[in-house]
Design a protein around this ligand. Structure first.
Ligand code: PEP
Length: 222
């Protein structure tokens, strides 16, 4: 599997026009990338339009959450099947912002969502800040280690400490997330041994995101 770079746009941007512009600039910027799979995770409302825009070979679409049932009376929710039918391949689950702001985002609920994604062939990316959140999680699930102190703070986690956390996580595919930018990103692959990155703030700046992707593509060629 290639190095995975996942862009979490969170609740941004404000308009479809801006979402299309960001998407188009990333698509253009990563067209020669060989060793990285780029996963763009916009808000649900932009997924259909971006999916119709046509994905480059290295770009896949992801969602930022989903529900655990396939269909039915669940007002406001989006099912894994609906995402799958839109061409979505990945789903971020258990992000710390959801765990913080929505009381119902417990480990048990996250695990139900995970099962529902697997059932329809979507690839879940499970966000964890501590090892206990991995209880009962199979080794082949993609995990994103996202220390709370590093999320959206501009204070990326110490690379050596991140490496220790990565080693303690026994899953096969572990990403790092937290205050990444084009200066620090490659260290988490090269020095700390992560197999990918989850990027929030910097993924909203087209040029910066492309720079990060290129820096990682370069080291993985060596
Ligand atoms: C995130 O929210 O998953 C994240 C990594 O955010 P940021 O890059 O802004 O710290």
């Amino acid at each position: 599997m290639k190095i995975l770079i996942v862009a979490n746009w969170k609740m941004n941007p404000a308009s479809l026009k801006e979402a299309k512009n960001l998407f188009d600039s990333v698509k253009k910027g990563v067209r020669n990338i060989k060793n990285v799979e780029v996963v763009l995770c916009p808000p649900f409302v932009y997924l259909p339009a971006l999916s119709e825009r046509g994905l480059a070979s290295v770009i896949k679409l992801g969602a930022q959450d989903c529900f655990w049932e396939e269909s039915g009376a669940f007002t406001g929710e989006v099912s894994p099947r609906q995402l799958k039918n839109l061409g979505v391949k990945y789903v971020i689950l258990g992000h710390s912002e959801r765990r913080k702001y929505l009381k119902e985002e417990t480990d048990e609920i996250v695990s139900r969502k995970l099962g529902a994604c697997l059932k329809v062939g979507l690839k879940p990316i499970l966000c964890v800040e501590k090892l206990s959140q991995l209880k009962g999680i199979k080794k082949d699930i993609i995990v994103a280690f996202e220390p709370i102190s590093a999320i959206g703070t501009g204070k990326a986690f110490d690379v050596e400490k991140a490496k220790s956390a990565r080693k303690a996580i026994k899953n096969n595919f572990v990403l790092y997330g937290g205050s990444l930018n084009s200066e620090n990103a490659k260290d988490y692959i090269e020095k700390a041994g992560f197999k990918g990155l989850l990027i929030g703030g910097a993924s909203l700046k087209g040029e910066e995101f492309i720079k990060i992707t290129k820096s990682v593509d370069l080291i993985s060629k060596i």
